[in-house]
Design a protein around this ligand. Structure first.
Ligand code: TYD
Ligand code: MG
Length: 463
């Protein structure tokens, strides 16, 4: 038998060591290592192997009939999950504490129950009264969601197995669930993994769709959702900036659907409301005609999304110029500034440069380059860009502008929201979108359009 002694496990990356240390060697995290009782040995290396059950091996060709998805009725949630929840699957919803995970889950369960489904909500964090209070605030008190408060996974499984399997079972949150099979404290990696594993196994056996809620932790004091990502079929992250009322549900892993989908919600006084037209939300009221604002025709997954990129280029307040970016990569900003200087003759190197993506959204697409560059030039030259124009295209180090994917979808969205003109990479084809295209091939041409030699006045529109 293996000697049973305790081990030290990094709560951030799961690295196991025999000694405690202040810094984890594997991931470099500080103060993330805690002592845990030895996990039961994996496999049966000690002693003779127990006889197992024979499993059927089949060929790849066999087509299993796809089971019907369980539609919760919260449309944005269903879409990000890949078109509803798959029976027997496990889905993890991660996010910062307070972002609205419990609210989202309760809303999805209530809409599922209202459609006649059997939904169970197990709260490990909040007392029943608190959950009821939230339901009342959201106007969902009448929904037939079976509510329970428990943290012990054996209690939960005994309860579930004593009744017909629910269509959807939600556990809020995995970090509070523990199994009496282990000595480690609740919230440690060993506990979170073992308890999640037991729940996933129940889901597979019973056909219930399992929703696990997981808090993202920065300091690694409790095991984060990363510890169970490999156990589940889909991982969704619920994101939102403090001070902004909108929330984004993003798929980062999905065995049953696309991973670049997002769902947009708005946190209101009575729960989350779904935002069917996110562009209108992110663009907000654009009254100001100040220099430095450009609208980027972006894509989030399969959906077009228009966002405003704001730039401020100012004389430096102190000796060293400052750079600050919100919602975009700072290395990308440095690159664009260098290209504008080297290829467009616009030396902003000595200036303070601030760049902000309005609404608190994070933009990761390279196609945002053109809009960011246009905003920078506009602020630098002090000339406002035309209000009715959108931009998209990637800028290369040579200063050339490269076409981005899905031009037509982006332009259609822009036309829908009242824009009449688009500055796009040369060669972009989009017929019949009802938008005048202004193709440009390099940053020098952009500089000319956005306030350089000719200023932003009416340009020759090339259809
Ligand atoms: P919650 O779902 O408890 O977050 P999580 O489970 O991710 O920790 O939501 C917490 C925040 O949402 C809280 O600060 C209050 C706010 N909220 C509203 O603004 N409106 C509502 O209707 C509800 C239920 C919550
Ligand atoms: Mg919660």
């Amino acid at each position: 038998m293996a000697k049973s002694s305790s081990t030290f496990v990094c709560q951030s990356c799961g690295n196991v060591t025999s000694k405690w240390a202040g810094k984890c060697e594997a991931c470099g995290g500080w103060n993330t290592i805690t002592e845990e009782g030895a996990a039961p040995p994996l496999g049966n290396n000690a002693g003779p192997r127990k006889r197992g059950r024979r499993i059927a091996l089949e060929d790849l060709k066999t087509v299993d009939k796809e089971p019907p998805r369980r539609i919760t009725g919260t449309a944005e949630f269903d879409r990000v999950a890949g078109g509803g929840l798959v029976p027997g699957s496990a889905l993890l919803i991660g996010g910062d504490p307070g972002v609205g995970k419990s609210t989202l889950i309760l809303q999805a369960l209530a809409s599922y129950a209202n459609k006649g489904g059997h939904a169970v909500y197990i709260s490990g964090e909040e007392a029943m009264a608190q959950v009821r209070l939230r339901a009342a605030r959201m106007g969902l008190s009448e929904a037939k969601v079976a509510l329970g408060a428990a943290t012990n996974v054996e209690d939960i499984l005994t309860t579930l197995e004593s009744q017909p399997a629910p269509g959807i079972i939600a556990i809020d949150s995995i970090q509070t669930i523990w199994t009496s099979a282990l000595e480690a404290a609740p919230g440690t990696i060993a506990q979170v993994r073992t308890a999640s594993f037991d729940l996933v196994r129940y889901a597979k056996a019973s056909g219930a769709a399992l929703l696990l809620v997981g808090h993202v932790t920065k300091d690694g004091q409790i095991a984060g959702p990363k510890a169970v990502e490999h156990l589940v079929d889909a991982v969704l992250y619920f994101e939102g900036e403090r001070g902004h009322h909108f929330r984004i549900l993003r798929a980062v892993k999905n065995r049953f659907g696309a991973t670049d989908e997002i769902g947009v919600f708005e946190m209101t006084g009575a729960g989350l409301s779904q935002v069917a037209n996110p562009s209108a939300l992110f663009l907000g009221d654009r009254h100001s005609n100040a220099p430095g604002n450009a609208v980027f025709a972006g894509m989030e997954g399969t959906r077009p999304l228009l966002v405003e990129i704001q730039a401020l280029v100012a004389a430096p307040a102190y000796g060293t110029p400052r750079r600050a970016v919100v919602g975009w990569e700072s290395s990308r900003l440095a690159m664009i500034l260098a290209v504008l200087d080297a290829r467009g003759g616009l030396g902003m190197g000595g200036h303070d440069v601030y760049l902000n993506v309005a609404g608190g959204l994070k933009v990761g697409e390279p196609a945002a380059d053109l809009a960011a560059a246009a905003a920078l030039i506009s602020s630098f030259t002090g000339r406002a860009l035309p209000k009715d124009t959108v931009y998209f295209g990637e800028i290369s180090l040579s200063g050339d502008v490269r076409p981005g994917p899905q031009a037509e979808l982006r332009l259609k969205e822009a036309a829908k929201l009242g824009f009449t003109r688009a500055v796009v990479p040369t060669g972009t084809k989009a017929d019949g979108v009802g938008l005048a295209l202004h193709p440009i091939s390099d940053v020098a041409e952009l500089a000319q359009f956005a306030g350089g030699a000719r200023g932003p006045g009416p340009v020759a529109v090339v259809k």
